[in-house]
Design a protein around this ligand. Structure first.
Ligand SMILES: Cc1cc2nc3c(=O)[nH]c(=O)nc-3n(C[C@H](O)[C@H](O)[C@H](O)COP(=O)(O)OP(=O)(O)OC[C@H]3O[C@@H](n4cnc5c(N)ncnc54)[C@H](O)[C@@H]3O)c2cc1C
Length: 380
């Protein structure tokens, strides 16, 4: 019997994709506790995403982590995964006359996987694009839908089979360093470990303040999405996702319906985000301008927070000023597609070992993820 049932090697705060994935990686040989404030894991950003794998999306570090995640997505080798995690879905970026420069820049900067698409072919692939709206298009064929729930469940079940503990309704309300351990106070009890991983999503800066560590200037940004029906019947599942060149909107098939978004990024305090009526109206206007779609009824709408650090890259590393306090935050709009590689990288850094070779080979370095990197000067 464990003499100290409340003492662990590592406490992970937050059971979204970030916390669940790093807990799964570490619990192979460490005694790990995963604490989640909500009654169920995945109620915040993780359960509200657009579920895309888009290797051309985001800054270079994100693109490298996304590429490094592909091998796992294609071949997860997990007893907890019964179906493919990725279902191919092309992405077509469309531009009006004044936006064509953005597409040229995209082709130049990202290159791999992207190719110009004649506008008549864009219409053939997605007949809903309004005639005369767009003048140029770019195709990305390396993109896919992600089964987010299956990925998240794989990590949570791996934690269970590795004998990690998950405690829900366990809001961490105080974090104190005592005698070489962190003490995490929750309504479910006080738990101790020498290492705490901050995977609190939009709340990561708040958790740091609790631990007397300086915040990193994380900004949660609200993004709205909604499901509409297509009056003509079920939407063909082989239609691509269509994204505005300047990311002012997107539309993709979703189980016979259409998922649409105004691609909003409104700064917000960390909270249980809800859609704003104005964003819904803006979304309807942009979608009905660009597509031959009449929005009669919004079946469901939601909003979630995508949390960004000032330089746009995630952080995975120990805080140099708070012993044993490890950050895993700032995944922005890419936390699902990067989770397989970021969690392995984070687990290596928690153990103070080198990054896995395949992740390094894509150009990811510990320095680029570190709290102390130059581009992440702490506010104040
Ligand atoms: C509309 C939308 C579309 C998106 N589309 C995509 C996409 O297509 N592809 C992609 O890769 N990414 C996408 N994202 C981004 C992705 O969802 C996030 O990057 C990812 O889910 C972040 O995961 P997380 O675990 O860090 O955060 P979360 O899922 O928010 O988890 C953090 C958890 O920490 C818990 N917590 C916080 N504070 C405490 C505390 N004090 N005590 C205990 N628990 C605490 C919270 O309850 C929460 O469950 C999208 C996001 C949104 C909102």
């Amino acid at each position: 019997m464990n003499a100290q049932p409340d003492r662990f090697d590592v406490i992970v705060v937050g059971a979204g994709i970030a916390g669940a994935s790093v807990a799964a990686e570490l619990s192979t040989d460490l005694h790990v506790l995963l604490l989640e404030r909500e009654p169920h894991p995945g109620l915040h950003a993780t359960g509200r995403s657009a579920a895309m794998y888009e290797p051309g999306y985001g800054p270079a570090v994100i693109r490298a982590l996304t590429r490094a995640s592909r091998a796992f997505f294609d071949n997860p080798c997990s007893p907890h995964i019964q179906h493919p995690l990725l279902t191919p879905r092309d992405v077509v970026f469309i531009a009006r006359d004044y936006q064509t420069g953005t597409l040229d820049q995209m082709l130049h900067e990202i290159g791999q996987g992207l190719s110009p698409l004649p506008i008549n072919e864009a219409h053939a692939r997605m007949p809903l694009i309004r005639e005369g709206y767009a003048s140029a298009a770019v195709l990305n064929r390396m993109t896919a839908d992600i089964d987010v729930d299956a990925l998240h469940q794989h990590y949570l079940r791996s934690c269970r089979s590795n004998r990690a503990s998950l405690v829900t309704r366990a809001d961490v309300t105080a974090l104190r360093r005592r005698g070489g351990d962190w003490q995490a106070e929750t309504p479910q009890g006080t738990f101790r470990a020498p290492v705490v991983i901050n995977a609190a999503g939009a709340w990561a800066d708040q958790l740091a303040v609790m631990a007397d560590a300086a915040p990193l200037g994380l900004t949660p940004k609200r993004r709205t999405a909604m499901i509409i029906t297509w009056p003509q019947g079920p939407v063909p599942d082989d239609w691509p996702m269509v994204v505005d060149a300047d990311e002012q909107f997107y539309l993709k098939p979703d189980a016979g319906k259409l998922l649409i978004s105004p691609a909003d990024a409104t700064p917000s305090a960390p909270c249980d985000a809800h859609p704003d009526e104005m964003d819904i109206a803006i979304c309807a206007d942009r979608i009905q301008t660009a597509f031959d779609v009449e929005i009669r009824r919004i079946e469901r709408s939601w909003a979630g927070l995508r949390s960004f650090l000032p330089d746009g890259n995630p952080v995975a590393g120990y805080d140099p000023e708070a012993e044993g306090f490890f950050w895993l935050a700032g995944q922005g709009g890419y936390g699902i597609q990067t989770a397989p590689a970021l969690s392995r990288a984070a687990a290596a850094l928690v153990r103070r070992t080198p990054l896995p070779a395949d992740i390094k080979a894509e150009g990811v370095t510990a320095e680029a993820l570190a709290v102390s990197r130059d581009s992440l000067r702490r506010p104040g």
